[in-house]
Each structure stands twice: as structure tokens, then as C-alpha cells.
Design a protein around this ligand. Structure first.
Ligand SMILES: Nc1ncnc2c1ncn2[C@@H]1O[C@H](COP(=O)(O)OP(=O)(O)OP(=O)(O)O)[C@@H](O)[C@H]1O
Ligand SMILES: [Mg+2]
Length: 365
């Protein structure tokens, strides 16, 4: 998958952007506050329907306007081209389009544009809540297993019903048994999808990790969300009193996590900040490789302010792996020379350079 054309209207300070990105490497430079991150944000919006900076859509809309639009022409790996677009207005209206047709949700766009983001928040993957790591696992599962998302949505619905039942004064045992049965069935499906993906992921990650960081004893384990020696049905029964007391379902696939340890200790508590960044880079690159191996497709990488996050040696390392993967990348930075030199010296690719000035974007040779 590559983005052949990108149009942005009234997103933050980007009032009218129209660029034809390189299908390989795009370097975006400009002063602080010029709009670089907003370009990556626009691509992420196309890919996921949401920003990586804000859960609200109002801050995204340019102060002088009522709505923003992002449009992209996606070049699929089978050679076909798909126009996709998203727009959101101040009154809360959202529209998502693919191939000229309105689609119900952002999830319907997501399959067209698999995107990986590497920014300062990504580097908190180890320290952050399990939700962040669960999203990391599920990115891969979503993109390789078409039946994952419907099951995931059904489980959210099921948990909502079960939790509201738990909060009632009188719990009808028949009603509870009905929700439990559905929850157990869906949980098994989700767990099976995640297990299959994680097995492939762990293998690739172990190989790549050595390239990024030279520390023994790093292990990556998938925690399913409940005791692995018990069936989920038994766990639900056993935790019923606690669930009822606190009004929600404690255990299940919604508690899954990625346990990253160094000699059995939590990696976030052992590794230095720089080592954590390298570990996260290895996770992100492994994700792209596994995605390509399973689907034969490629994911786009958005890397925000690369020079600020990694030193020269490790920047070169990340560039090397992005280059080896041969995916389309968008990288931002303040200094054009620092950005360009990582590619010029290390790869055979001539990147496209874009200069951003007060929300205006121009391609420079
Ligand atoms: N809703 C909005 N309407 C207009 N301008 C906005 C809006 N939201 C943010 N801005 C401005 O848009 C600009 C875009 O910021 P962005 O984060 O993309 O810059 P950047 O080039 O990545 O900067 P840095 O190098 O500091 O990371 C900023 O100047 C910001 O103040
Ligand atoms: Mg920025």
C-alpha cells in the first residue's frame, strides 16, 4: 500500500495541501509549529479515522473553518487504485468514503491503509497502560484476520450488557448465563486469532531485536487476560462475586497484554530511556515485517521528529530497516540536512523533500 496523492483542507494550520508523495521516502521539514506533525496526523486520520494527538475532533478543525477534509489516493499492492476520504465538521458530523461510496465507519477505511506511527508517544509503549500494548497486538490481528474486527465489536457489546446486568439489584441467572455463553464463545475466537498472530510476531521480533539492542534476557510474552491454566468459562464463574461487587467483568480478552521483560523483570523498569526506544523500534519494525509476510502487503510508516527521538547511530539503524522493508515512509524533522543525510549516506534511495512553512507545503528538489 502506498499513498500516491494527499489532499488536506482546513486541518489545523493546513488550509490547502496537495502533494504527490514518493512511493518510497518522504522527508518533511520546517520550523517548529509549521505543520509537519499535522501532515502525519492527516495520514493517520485517513488510516484510522482518528488523530494520534487528540481524541476530540474539534481541535483538528482549522479555527477559521467549520470542517476539515483529508483525501488520499491509495495505490494498492495488487496495482489497483482506491480513493479514500474523511471529513469532520464542528457539529460532530463525520463522513468516510472509499471508492466514491460512503462507508459506515473509520474501520471500513482502515483496511485500505495500514499505517504504523513512530512518535514520542510510541516510545511510551513499555511504560503505558496495557491498553496501548493491546492496541499494538490488535493492529496486526485486525489487518491479517478479517473476522477479528466483527468478533471484537461483538465482545464490546457483550461486555457492556454483562456489566450493566452486574450492576442490577436482582440478577436474572438465565440472562447472565446467556451473556456468559456468548462472551466465552467470542473470547475463544479473539484469543485464538491473537495467539496465531503473536506466535509469528514473537519469532520475527526475536530475530530483529538482536539488530537493535544487545541485551540478553529480553522476553516477550502474550498474556491472554486470564489465567492460562483455566478455561474462560471457569474464570467467569469463579470471579462472579467480585464482578458483581464492583459492577464490571474483571477478566477476559479485554485485559490482554504484552509482557515485555528483561530477565523476568518489567522492561520499563530495567531499560534506559534510549534502550526502551530501540526496543520499541524493533517492535514496530517487526510488526511491519510480519504484516508483509502474512498478507503480502506493505504498511506505511509515519515517523515524527526522528532526529529528536534517536541519536545519529540509531537513526541510521532505523533508516536501514525501513529501507530494507521497502515500504513508503513519511519522516519529519526540523533540519533538512539532518533528515536527508540519514538516507543519502545509507541507502540508494533519493527521497522526496517537502518544506512546510506556516501551513504551506512545497516539494523541493
Ligand atoms: N485548529 C487549529 N487551527 C489553526 N491552527 C492550528 C490549529 N491547531 C493547531 N494549530 C497550529 O497549527 C500548527 C501545526 O502544528 P504542528 O504540530 O503540525 O507543527 P510542527 O511543524 O510539527 O511543529 P514542531 O516542530 O514544533 O513539532 C501550529 O502552529 C499550531 O499552533
Ligand atoms: Mg511536530
Amino acid at each position: 500500500m502506498t499513498l500516491k496523492r494527499l489532499l488536506i483542507q482546513n486541518l489545523r494550520n493546513l488550509e490547502g495541501v496537495d502533494i504527490a508523495p514518493s512511493l518510497q521516502v518522504n522527508l518533511i521539514y520546517g520550523e517548529n509549529g509549521s505543520g509537519k506533525t499535522s501532515i502525519l496526523e492527516a495520514i493517520n486520520l485517513l488510516a484510522l479515522g482518528r488523530s494520534f494527538r487528540s481524541h476530540k475532533h474539534k481541535p483538528l478543525i482549522n479555527h477559521q473553518h467549520q470542517s476539515f477534509t483529508v483525501f488520499g489516493r491509495v495505490h494498492a499492492d495488487d496495482g489497483s487504485e482506491v480513493p479514500i476520504g474523511i471529513s469532520r465538521s464542528l457539529d460532530g458530523d463525520a463522513s468516510f468514503k472509499a471508492n466514491g461510496v460512503l462507508v459506515p465507519s473509520a474501520a471500513d477505511l482502515a483496511a485500505y491503509l495500514p499505517v504504523q506511527v513512530i512518535n514520542s508517544d510510541t516510545f511510551l509503549l513499555l511504560e503505558g497502560s496495557p491498553k496501548v500494548r493491546r492496541q499494538f497486538i490488535d493492529w496486526l490481528v485486525f489487518h491479517v484476520e478479517p473476522n477479528f474486527f466483527p468478533a471484537w465489536k461483538a465482545i464490546q457489546r457483550c461486555l457492556k450488557h454483562r456489566n450493566s446486568l452486574l450492576r442490577r439489584d436482582r440478577i436474572d441467572p438465565f440472562e447472565l448465563a446467556t451473556w456468559d455463553k456468548e462472551l466465552v464463545g467470542l473470547t475463544d475466537i479473539i484469543h485464538e486469532f491473537r495467539t496465531q498472530c503473536m506466535a509469528q510476531f514473537q519469532e520475527t521480533f526475536a530475530e530483529l531485536l538482536k539488530e537493535f539492542i544487545n541485551i540478553d534476557g529480553i522476553a516477550l510474552g502474550y498474556y491472554r487476560g486470564w489465567d492460562k491454566d483455566k478455561t474462560y468459562a471457569d474464570v467467569l464463574n469463579a470471579s462472579f462475586e467480585r464482578d458483581k461487587r464492583q459492577g464490571f467483568t474483571h477478566l477476559g480478552s479485554h485485559r490482554a497484554d504484552l509482557k515485555i521483560t528483561v530477565n523476568g523483570l518489567d522492561a520499563a523498569e530495567v531499560l534506559s530511556r534510549g534502550q526502551q526506544k530501540l526496543l520499541v523500534c524493533a517492535l514496530k519494525i517487526a510488526q511491519g515485517y510480519v504484516f508483509t509476510r502474512i498478507t503480502g502487503r506493505k504498511s506505511i510508516y509515519l515517523v515524527d521528529d526522528l532526529p529528536a527521538e534517536l541519536d545519529e547511530k540509531h537513526r541510521a539503524l532505523l533508516v536501514h530497516w525501513l529501507d530494507t522493508m521497502g515500504t513508503q515512509v513519511f519522516i519529519t524533522g526540523v533540519e533538512p540536512e539532518t533528515l536527508a543525510s540519514s538516507w543519502r549516506d545509507k541507502t540508494k534511495i533519493t527521497p522526496k523533500m517537502f518544506h512546510v512553512e506556516q501551513g504551506r507545503v512545497t516539494e523541493v528538489s
